[in-house]
Write a protein that binds this ligand. Structure first.
Ligand code: AMP
Length: 498
């Protein structure tokens, strides 16, 4: 089937319902949203775009993003979302690698080596009579070609089919949250990534889609929109949750108007989610996924995030929850043998949302998809109740004196210090031990005393896990999705005199 059927259905059912909002201003009803998508589809087909061809989007969040996206789907094309913060050279690489027929942009002066469609071009395409029905598609048709954010090497194109995205959406409804037509899906993170994925279930249910006027993440704006629009749903990376809560604490906001914050995409430290639940109450759901099985591996449901009375509440908060209904999750050794309860192994998973493979990269596909299982590259442990606790990406694990040390464990401890705002623990090459543990620390009000941090570690974790050096740093290097770039920190270390 064609996913655009969901848009068509919502437009038939609730034509006058608000669909696309810019800030608080409604810019399209469902009838107008579907009409524009169907017109863009007709324009694309008239311009020679065939079903299965790729249309890229390299633009910041804006309401028309969704019309172009669904228009491409309506025409039977696949969408290639490119993070708007990438360098034009990086975007050009992706557009070229994907064989995109055209790239929708807001900046007409770009040179990406692929034909551009500016907002004016899109308007011209949309002048055509609408394509009456979405192009019929097979379930294994390519729908989304998503380039991984990868901190090393060239990004790889994850091939997601119609069936993958149907599975992602239905699993969301089963395990993450309900979606109501009165909801307002707020895009405070790039629509080219996880936050954008969540537009599908909101189109399916005829809910509102809100692009903040700032186009991005501004805590004050989000709380103001929550007050005006109500029933806000948003995806937030853990660093965004932390900033939102810090702001809400400062202004005394209790989260009224926000229905659900789905967090994930990186480690959420226990101290942070505890503070978040204390301020906002039961509004949080955690998901663990990756581009290769978008937003869909495990979930920590709302009642479990908020259930302070449970004897193992804190432990569960430190986990990423339980396998979603459509997923099988295992932890295995390098040969694919189960490591058993509570032991650490690589997380592998299987289910209908798992990608078909990497675009034109059979070697990477063969290394990642083995016997139908997706090897995530994440290390984790499953407890007796099925809760998965992630340790670190295998490449971030520190091996010191032959012992594995998981940076996150050390980070969790350091973060409990009241003067620590952010922290990242990495391994530094050591002639005797292979690697030694060092910590980069962002203080709330300037450098934090290393002796105090060391005393804290001594009281909480084994001696061999304690950082051997602390570096005060003003901000941690992060990629465009807010993920800490440990590779960059390791490079900094390599360049430092020992
Ligand atoms: P990406 O493919 O760019 O979305 O990155 C996916 C990776 O982010 C996963 O393989 C994990 O390493 C990490 N990740 C995603 N969700 C979580 C989570 N809830 N907790 C910790 N790490 C996460």
């Amino acid at each position: 089937m064609n996913l655009a059927k969901w848009l068509q259905r919502s437009a038939m059912l609730t034509p006058d319902a608000p669909a696309l909002l810019h800030g608080t201003e409604v810019v399209a009803t469902y009838a107008a949203f579907a009409d524009r998508a169907a017109r863009i589809a007709a324009g694309l087909r008239r311009a020679g775009v065939e079903p299965g061809e790729r249309i890229a989007l390299f633009m910041p969040n804006r309401p028309d993003y969704l019309a172009i996206w669904w228009g491409a789907w309506w025409a039977g094309a696949a969408v290639v979302p490119i993070n708007a913060k990438l360098h034009p050279k990086e975007a050009g690489y992706i557009a070229d690698h994907a064989g995109a027929r055209l790239v929708a942009v807001t900046d007409a002066s770009l040179d990406l080596g692929v034909p551009l469609a500016t907002p004016a071009t899109i308007d011209a395409l949309a002048a055509a009579e609408p394509m009456p029905e979405p192009e019929p598609l097979a379930d294994d048709a390519l729908a989304w070609l998503f380039y991984t954010s990868g901190t090393t090497g060239r990004p790889k194109g994850v091939m997601l089919t119609v069936a993958n995205l149907v599975a992602m959406s239905l699993t969301y409804l089963a395990d993450v949250d309900e979606v109501h037509p009165t909801d307002a899906a707020l895009y405070a993170a790039p629509m080219s990534h996880g936050a954008g994925c969540y537009n599908l279930m909101h189109v399916m249910k005829g809910a509102r889609h809100v692009v903040p006027a700032s186009g991005g993440f501004d805590p004050a704006e989000i709380l103001a929109l929550a007050g005006t629009l109500g029933e806000i749903h948003m995806f937030a990376a853990p660093t965004m949750v932390r900033r939102l809560i810090t702001h809400a604490q400062a202004v005394g906001h209790d989260g009224t108007g926000i229905r659900t914050i789905v967090y994930g995409g990186g480690p959420m430290y226990v101290a942070d989610i505890e503070a978040a639940v204390a301020r906002f109450g039961p509004r949080f759901v955690q998901i663990y996924g990756q581009g290769e099985t978008p937003m869909t591996i495990t979930a920590l449901p709302r009642p479990l995030v908020a259930d302070r009375a449970h004897p193992r509440w804190r432990e569960r908060l430190g986990s990423v929850g339980i396998a979603m209904s459509s997923m099988e999750v295992r932890t295995v050794d390098a040969d694919g043998r189960d490591v058993g309860v509570d032991a650490i192994g690589e997380v592998i998973c299987r289910g209908p949302s798992v990608m078909r493979g990497y675009w034109e990269n059979p070697e990477a596909t063969a290394a990642t998809l083995r016997d139908g299982w997706l090897w995530t590259g994440d290390m984790g442990a499953l407890d007796a109740e099925g809760f998965l606790t992630l340790k670190d990406r295998s490449k971030d694990m520190i091996v010191s004196g032959g012992t594995n040390i998981y940076p996150r464990e050390v980070e969790e401890v350091l973060l409990t210090h009241p003067d620590v705002a952010e922290v990242a623990v990495v391994g530094r090459p050591h002639p005797d031990w292979g690697e030694e543990v060092v910590a980069f620390v962002v203080g709330r009000t300037g450098p934090v005393d290393p002796a105090a941090l060391d005393a804290l570690c001594q009281s909480q974790i084994a001696r061999f896990k304690r950082p051997k050096a602390y570096f005060a740093i003003e901000a941690l290097p992060k990629n465009n999705y807010g993920k800490v770039l440990k590779t960059a920190l390791r490079e900094n270390l390599a360049a430092m005199p020992v």
